[in-house]
Design a protein around this ligand. Structure first.
Ligand SMILES: [Cu+2]
Length: 186
């Protein structure tokens, strides 16, 4: 089952699909907010990520507000910025553990695998029989972003009028180590 999920992702990459995988259950996405596009007026919040903590324990937001999060990972491990309620974040943690187990994710980044690409047209004698290509495993959630060590990523989110919303890293063990904070609606 985990295997077929990875194969599906690789197939999606091979065929150049650019649509993110919205794997969340219907309804849950709208109740906590949604990913958005930033405008020049969008407020920016800088969040430092380290091994194993976020730079702040709480972030003030307004219902309906769009915020651009600039996430800087200064640690040696990969971290995640996941917006959600504790219940779904703990559930997501189990899915993340499965991705680590099957090798899709590693503690420092996304796994790479090599696939063999065949020619789809009839090869002439001078063509090679095919060629290897390095495929980076993809893990997309509508409410989360992975930040590899030493990188900075942006994540733009429009908040719904939802209480009990957290930002958390659901990589195995990180949540328990305290890598979780709260959004305070004001
Ligand atoms: Cu983490």
């Amino acid at each position: 089952m985990k295997r077929s999920r990875l194969q599906l992702l690789i197939t999606a990459l091979l065929f150049g699909a650019t649509t993110p995988a919205f794997a969340q259950t219907p309804g849950s996405e709208t109740s906590i907010g949604r990913q958005a596009q930033a405008t020049p007026a969008t407020r920016t919040v800088f969040v430092k990520m380290d091994d194993i903590s976020f730079g702040q324990k709480s972030i003030d937001v307004k219902p309906g507000e769009t915020v651009r999060f600039v996430l800087k990972n200064e640690g040696a491990l990969m971290h995640e910025f996941n917006i959600g309620k504790a219940e779904s974040q703990l559930k997501h943690q189990r899915e993340m553990a499965a991705l680590f187990k099957d090798g899709t994710l590693t503690p420092t980044g996304k796994a790479k695998s090599i696939v063999w690409r065949e020619h789809f047209t009839a090869p002439s004698d001078s063509d090679p029989p095919g060629y290897p290509e390095v495929i980076e495993a993809k893990h997309d959630d509508p409410n989360a972003i992975l930040v590899e060590p030493g990188t900075t990523k942006e994540f733009v989110w429009t908040f719904a009028d939802a209480s009990n919303l957290n930002f958390a890293c659901t990589l195995p063990g990180h949540y328990q180590a305290g890598m979780v904070g709260t959004f305070v609606m004001r």
